[in-house]
Design a protein around this ligand. Structure first.
Ligand code: DGL
Length: 268
């Protein structure tokens, strides 16, 4: 295989704007990397979809995007899509694929009380993948899970500059705290890439005794490692955002994406 051309982009993929929380730390490590940020707005929220639907939808859509933008590497910046479809995507596409999976391992290393919370989408928290991670890395600890679709809507609203319903944060916190043993939670894994966008609100909700962690920095390091030695442009060019759209779901204003180095929006 030829080494990628300097202008070959990194493709980020999510159902919505959550993947920006992975794009941010990646840009910090690779400041001139060309970026294509794809959001499947027509399919948002993934957390409400069946495993079968996502296992078919995500590889098909990524296949179209890879054909169109010829990336050097693709990042599934979505826990729901990764825990369900990573294997299918890797089998279907011939380029390096980086996934996003719940940061249960570092949480297990960090907890002192032995009780960890996992906050994700409804689809992610029911995955056997999460059972496997818990069994492998959090043996002897208690892992409590809660699926919160409201936080996805809240994160999208925040980036569009809209107010967040405080009830949404309260319900997500109670979803973990009110389970048996939940009062002892001292680490919460933000297992949806949308949720770090609400980190301040969630931190206030859980209180100062709870650490919130996500996998974004680790994913950024993995991307930098996999592209080590490759050539990049000398200066950064504005990134492109690509949205699938439906009648009731239109792309956000460019101003919401500009802080992440995005300079234009396309629809497919
Ligand atoms: N950002 C996604 C994740 O990490 C999912 C949001 C959704 O579409 O439900 O799981």
């Amino acid at each position: 295989m030829h080494p990628p051309a300097p202008d070959a982009p990194i493709l980020f993929f999510d159902s919505g704007l959550g993947g920006l929380t992975v794009l941010g730390p990646t840009r910090a490590l690779l400041p001139t990397a060309p970026i294509v940020y794809a959001a499947d707005y027509a399919g948002l929220p993934y957390g409400k979809k069946s495993d079968e639907e996502l296992a078919a939808r995500v590889p098909a859509l990524l296949g179209r995007l890879v054909e169109r933008y010829q990336p050097r590497l693709a990042v599934i910046a979505c826990n729901t899509a990764s825990t369900i479809a990573l294997g299918h995507v890797r089998a279907a596409l011939d380029l390096p694929i980086v996934g996003t999976v719940p940061a249960i391992k570092p949480a297990a290393e960090m907890t002192k009380s032995g009780v960890i919370g996992v906050l994700g989408t409804e689809a992610t928290v029911r995955q056997p993948y999460v059972d496997d991670l818990s069994a492998r890395f959090a043996g002897g600890k208690t892992v409590l899970r809660h699926g919160s679709p409201g936080l996805v809507t809240g994160a999208e609203a925040k980036l569009r500059g809209e107010a967040i319903d405080p009830e949404v944060i309260a319900r997500a916190v109670a979803g973990l705290r009110d389970q048996p043993g939940g009062e002892a939670i001292d680490v919460v894994v933000l297992a949806c890439t949308h949720f770090p966008l609400l980190k301040d609100e969630l931190q206030a909700g859980f209180g100062p005794g709870v650490a919130l962690i996500d996998g974004a920095e680790g994913i950024a390091r993995r991307i930098a490692h996999l592209t080590e030695g490759q050539r990049w442009p000398a200066t950064a060019a504005p990134g492109i955002a690509v949205f699938t759209c439906s009648d009731d779901r239109l792309p956000p204003p460019l101003a919401a994406l500009a802080p992440y180095g995005i300079g234009s929006i396309e629809t497919i």
